[in-house]
Each structure stands twice: as C-alpha cells, then as structure tokens.
Design a protein around this ligand. Structure first.
Ligand code: ZN
Length: 219
C-alpha cells in the first residue's frame, strides 16, 4: 500500500509521539493529571449517558434504533470517559489530546499506540478493556466493541437492520462501559458519581443518610 506524502508525514509524527509517550508512560504517568481531568470535566459522561437512556427507551419498540443509540453511547462513552482522560494525562493540551484520541480510536493501524493507552488505563484506572468479559458473555468486551462498530457501519451505509439479540448485545456493551468501567475508574481516582454521570469530589457525600451527616451539618 503506497502512502501520500501527507500520510507518510503523519505516520512519522505518530511514531515519534508514540516513542515519546511510551518512555513517559512507563516512567512517570501521573495519576494526578488523570484525577484533575475528571475534576475539571465533571459532566464529561453526560452526552453518552443521554444516548444510553435513549437506547434503553427504544429497546422494546425499535431494535435497530436502540442499537444505534447504544453504539453512540458505547463509542462516545469509551472516548470521552476512558481514553481521552488518559491521553490528556500524557499530552497536557486539550485540543491535541482530543485529536490524538480520535486518531487512535478511528484508525485501526494505530494498534501499538492504542495498546499503550489501554495499558495505562489498566494500570492506573483499574480497567482492562482487552480482557474484561461481561457477566453474560464469554468473549472479551473489546471483541464485542469491534462487532458493534462493524454492524453500526452496515446499518448506516447499507440500511441493514438488527435482531433484538444484537440490540441487546450493543446495549449491554454500552451499559458496561458507562455503568461499570467508568465508575470503576472514577472511584480509583477517589471521586464518585451522582445521577450516574456527574463527577463529585465532596467527601461528605459518603455519609449522606447516615447519622454522621447530622453531626457534620451541626459542626
Ligand atoms: Zn458527591
């Protein structure tokens, strides 16, 4: 496969960036940067959660529409709540972090870069996307994510439809990312969630509804 000069330059840039980040990631990936990203972007999961809610509402009436909203929740959720915060921990500039996140997730040839990001996510966020299996599945979620993306393309470009089982799979994958993996990483950062998506760092919330809350209010 031949490359245009632009593509060659881009490949070279990504290779350089990979080498640079690989060193840095191994030596000193800083949890504080990840923590501060979540702290500064407290509603980063809101849009993806909106799509997930829409998918749940549609699952009984329109399988294909539910599948599409699940695919949106899955892809936006993965990008905004898990991958972009990690890239930001390495790159430190939001616009560049967004650009790299999109390139790494959308281009299959950036496997080694993606592996690096997912390795950091495993070590620092406590979530392993490559090996994690959902409760009712025998396959790693990464394979299921790939299948959902392929099917999404067939719906979008060839007007295919899906079965209720396929819609259920996509919904299960999206739910796992947003309702299981995202909260795991947030908890690992010492933060917690309200309404499923809003990030909070107020330690007093832990005592809500307990006798200690009354004491805290009185002091
Ligand atoms: Zn709170």
């Amino acid at each position: 496969m031949s490359m245009t000069p632009d593509e060659a330059q881009y490949e070279e840039y990504m290779d350089e960036l990979y080498e640079e980040h690989k060193e840095q990631a191994i030596q000193e990936f800083i949890d504080e940067r990840l923590q501060s990203y979540y702290g500064e972007h407290r509603v980063l999961a809101k849009a993806a959660f909106g799509a997930l809610t829409e998918a749940k509402n549609l699952i009984c009436t329109n399988a294909t529409a539910a599948f599409l909203f699940s695919a949106i929740a899955m892809e936006v959720g993965l990008r905004e709540t898990l991958v972009k915060p990690i890239v930001f921990g390495l790159v430190h500039t939001l616009s560049v972090a967004s650009l790299i996140t999109d390139m790494v997730l959308s281009r299959p040839d950036h496997k080694k870069y993606r592996n690096l990001l997912l390795q950091i996510l495993r070590q620092h966020g406590g979530v392993d996307i490559y090996t994690y299996k959902r409760l009712d599945s025998h396959r790693p979620i990464w394979e299921e994510i790939t299948d959902v993306k392929k099917k999404r393309d067939l719906i979008m470009h060839q007007a295919e439809t899906v079965t209720i089982d396929e819609a259920g799979l996509a919904l299960g994958v999206a739910s796992t990312i947003l309702e299981n993996m995202f909260p795991t990483v947030v908890a690992k950062m010492g933060l917690h969630l309200h309404e499923g998506f809003r990030i909070c760092d107020n330690w007093k919330c832990t005592y809500k509804g307990t006798p200690i809350e009354t004491i805290l209010k009185a002091t």
